[in-house]
Structures are given as structure tokens and as C-alpha cells.
Design a protein around this ligand. Structure first.
Ligand code: CA
Length: 456
């Protein structure tokens, strides 16, 4: 547990975006919470131990035998972790890490979807796109495919998203489909979540997964804004079901504990693809276990490579860099098919969700010959934001839903594919590019038409 103790000593509030400037990645943890995976199943022994150290269980993640625990604020977390590890009761005890959205937003402005079809309309290179219009000749998506968006929530009242939001068939519909407070107050499907008709808010423990930021709504539009509806934009999937899994707060921050709960919920609810546009430097064993749980439930786990401009083979970010086979880590390309740069080198005054001068002039997309799988458009991407609005946003956060959306489109067109089939097809059908050769596993940028045309 040396690593854990070391991290506790570095309990400094820092977000994903800033770590590229640090020699030593800063890792943010909660100072009075733990995640503990018990080996001892005897409830009395566990409860005696918790009482002895004045700890309360906040939530039980039973599928992983993990308890999320609050520690009396007067106690030293490092000491407790040491005691827990000596007790023989636990497989591991770790702090609750904080992660953040991988976002570099621009001011809202009208734009276009160059990532889907690039004709050089905004000064870029024609053809530097994911071939969406060709892919749509093969499939435009299917309502039977379920994609979970682990993020800040989704504005499911948005005119371009409403018809493609997942509804839980086992839960009674809310009286007002736009108002989570109008449920019947009953856990109709008995899954432990009351009135979870349109996803769940894991941060607050409520059924209100509406987006109070804009990040999750922007990602949702890339995956599945309704197509051919004479409104706004089209997503990669014109028809799909998108499940809001809110764990990031209104500033784009969220904890490992809530991310773990969201991933388990999604896997149990039949999600096939998870889109994860967030991350951080904290290595959480519980989060890794949750990603493995998703793998064991045939869920593809698409994750942002991060926005620090660093080689993640050297400076890993999580969850993108866990050694679990269902993970696809995504870098950002720009409209010239090169690795996206932010800040002055990449055009515009971009900054993070928590905008401060310390985070200005960010270097660009992360990369990694071993740890980053492929690139997808991630600069000045036009998509939905709350309140029936649209805006450009930038970051590997935007690249991630391109790949998650492509996986969903493939699943709409072909049945019987395993998670590894989907991943291998995505990586083997990229457009190979010198700009991503040697800095990604596949050496290229997503090509959705080639993905759908692929025939072994
Ligand atoms: Ca329920």
C-alpha cells in the first residue's frame, strides 16, 4: 500500500487537464472516505471492525464485495488503511480518488460537423473525417443498441436527444417524461434504484440524471442526436438508446466510488457500450475491478486518453490505461488529421471546465504507442448542449463518443459480435496516418465506413 500512502500525501485538488504540467502527477482524494474490498464475508466481524474505528458505510457495492466507507474526520486515513491491510479482512483498502471531465470547451458558436464529413469547409483537409456519410448508407443505428454515457448527465429534454434516451422497461414511466420527481416512488423492477426510468445520478443518489454542466449532453449528441428529423445535427447513430449515468458534478468532477457504482449499474442494466470522457492519475483498484466487471458482462469500455499532451505509456491516466481488454483509449485528431493541440499552438483560447489561467494554453491530446488505441476527431466538434442549444467543444472527451458511437453503429448492423470482436474491428479498420504512427496502437484515425464494410 506504499502507493496509496504516497497518494494521500499528495491530496491536492488538481484536475485531469493540468497534470501535463506536473513532473509528478497530482492526485486528488477525498480526505474522509475509503473504498474497501473485504475478503471476510462475516458481516459481524466487518461491522465490529468498522465500529472499532468509528467508520460508517456510505454504500455497499455488493457485486464487487466493496464497501464505500466514511471515516471520522479526526482520523488519519493512512493509518486506517495500514490497519485495514494488517487486519487480514481486506483484499485492498484505498482512498476515494477524484476524476474529472476531459474537456477543453470553446465558446458556443455555430459550426459544422467536420468530423463526420470534412470537405475543407473550415480550412481543414478534405477527407480528414470518420466517413460517417458513407457509413450511413449501411446503417443509421438501431433502438435496440444501448450506450451508457458516464458523465455529467444528459439533457434528455433536448429536441435532438429526447427520442434516443434509454428508458428502463422495468420501471413505470414518470407522469411527466421530463420530470424525474414525477415517478411513482416505487422500485418497480427491484434493482435497488427507485424510479430509475432514465438512468441514475450516482453523485446525489437520485433518479435525476439531467445535465447541470454541458459536457455529457455534448457527448450524447455525437453518439446519438436524432438524424433526419429536420432539427439541429445528426449523431453517428440516428436511432439508439443512450443511458445517462451521472457521476460528474456541475464542475465536471466526480469520485471513483460513484464511477464504480455507475459502471456496475450499466453492466447490470444491459448496456453494450460505455463512453467515458473523464479520467485522472489516481490508480484505483476498485475502478479497475469495475471495468473488469464490465468486461465480464460483454460491455465495451471506451475511454478518453486525456488532454495533457503527454505519453501515457510513461504517465498513465485512468481508466484509459488499465490493463483490461475491453478498454479502447482514444486520442484526439484535428481537421487536418494530425494530433489535436489546444491553446495557442492549436487555435483559440481553450481552457478546462474549471477555467483558470493555470490551465490555459494546454499542449494537446495524450498519445501512447502501447496505451492509446486510435484517434478520432476531438477539436472544435459541433454538438448538442442543454436547452436545445448547440456548440463547439474540444478535447479527447469529444473523440471518445465518436468511437463509442461507431461501436454502437457496428452493433446495430451486425449481431453476435463479442466485445473483443468489436474492439479488433475498430482498430483494424482505421485510416493509417503518419501522424498517428508510433504514437497509437493502431496508427490511425477511426473510419466508420470501413468498420461497417469490414468482412473477415
Ligand atoms: Ca428500479
Amino acid at each position: 500500500m506504499r502507493r496509496t500512502l504516497y497518494y494521500i500525501g499528495l491530496a491536492v485538488a488538481v484536475m485531469f487537464l493540468s497534470t501535463g504540467f506536473q513532473k509528478q502527477p497530482h492526485i486528488d482524494v477525498k480526505n474522509d472516505e475509503l473504498l474497501v474490498k473485504f475478503t471476510e464475508k462475516d458481516a459481524f466481524t466487518i461491522s465490529s471492525f468498522l465500529t472499532r474505528y468509528d467508520m460508517q458505510v456510505i454504500q455497499s457495492i455488493d457485486k464487487l464485495n466493496i464497501k464505500h466507507i466514511r471515516v471520522n474526520s479526526g482520523q488519519d486515513l493512512a493509518t486506517i488503511i495500514t490497519e485495514l491491510n494488517k487486519s487480514g479482512l481486506v483484499q485492498y483498502a484505498e482512498p476515494v480518488y477524484m476524476y474529472s471531465a476531459t474537456i477543453t470547451p470553446n465558446d458556443p458558436k455555430l459550426g459544422n460537423q467536420w468530423g463526420f464529413l470534412n470537405t475543407g469547409q473550415d480550412g481543414g483537409t478534405a477527407g480528414a473525417d470518420v466517413r460517417a456519410t458513407q457509413a450511413w448508407e449501411i446503417s443509421t443505428g438501431d433502438r435496440n443498441v444501448i450506450v451508457g454515457i458516464v458523465d455529467t448527465g444528459i439533457d434528455y429534454t433536448h429536441q435532438d436527444l429526447a427520442e434516443n434516451i434509454f428508458v428502463n422497461p422495468g420501471e413505470d414511466a414518470w407522469a411527466d417524461p421530463n420530470n424525474p420527481a414525477t415517478g411513482n416512488g416505487i422500485d418497480d423492477d427491484g434493482n435497488g434504484y427507485i424510479d430509475d426510468w432514465k438512468g441514475w445520478n450516482f453523485k446525489d443518489g437520485t433518479n435525476n440524471a439531467l445535465d447541470d454542466n454541458m459536457h455529457g449532453t455534448h457527448c450524447a449528441g455525437i453518439i446519438g442526436a436524432a438524424g433526419n428529423n429536420a432539427t439541429g445535427i445528426a449523431g453517428l447513430n440516428w436511432q439508439v438508446q443512450m443511458m445517462p449515468l451521472k457521476f460528474l458534478d456541475d464542475m465536471g468532477f466526480g469520485s471513483s466510488a460513484d464511477a464504480v457504482a455507475a459502471i456496475i449499474y450499466a453492466a447490470d442494466m444491459g448496456v453494450q457500450v460505455l463512453s467515458n470522457s473523464w479520467g485522472g492519475s489516481g490508480f484505483s483498484e476498485a475502478l479497475r475491478d469495475a471495468v473488469q466487471y464490465a468486461m465480464d458482462h460483454d460491455v465495451l469500455f471506451v475511454a478518453a486518453a486525456g488532454n495533457n499532451g503527454v505519453d501515457t505509456d510513461v504517465s498513465p491516466e485512468y481508466p484509459a490505461c488499465y490493463d483490461v481488454d475491453n478498454i479502447i483509449s482514444v486520442a484526439a485528431s484535428d481537421h487536418n488529421d494530425t494530433r489535436a493541440l489546444w491553446g495557442s499552438g492549436g487555435g483559440g483560447d481553450n481552457c478546462g471546465i474549471v477555467c483558470s489561467s493555470a490551465y490555459a494554453a494546454l499542449p494537446g491530446s495524450n498519445y501512447g504507442a502501447i496505451t492509446v488505441d486510435l484517434a478520432a476527431p476531438g477539436k472544435e466538434i459541433f454538438s448538442t448542449i442543454p436547452g436545445n442549444q448547440y456548440a463547439n467543444m474540444t478535447g479527447t472527451s469529444m473523440s471518445t463518443p465518436f468511437v463509442a458511437g461507431a461501436a454502437a453503429l457496428l452493433l446495430s448492423n451486425k449481431t453476435g459480435l463479442s466485445v473483443l470482436d468489436v474492439k479488433n474491428r475498430i482498430l483494424s479498420t482505421v485510416d493509417k496516418l503518419n501522424t498517428f504512427d508510433g504514437i497509437t496502437v493502431s496508427g490511425g484515425r477511426l473510419n466508420v465506413a470501413a468498420l461497417l464494410e469490414f468482412d473477415e
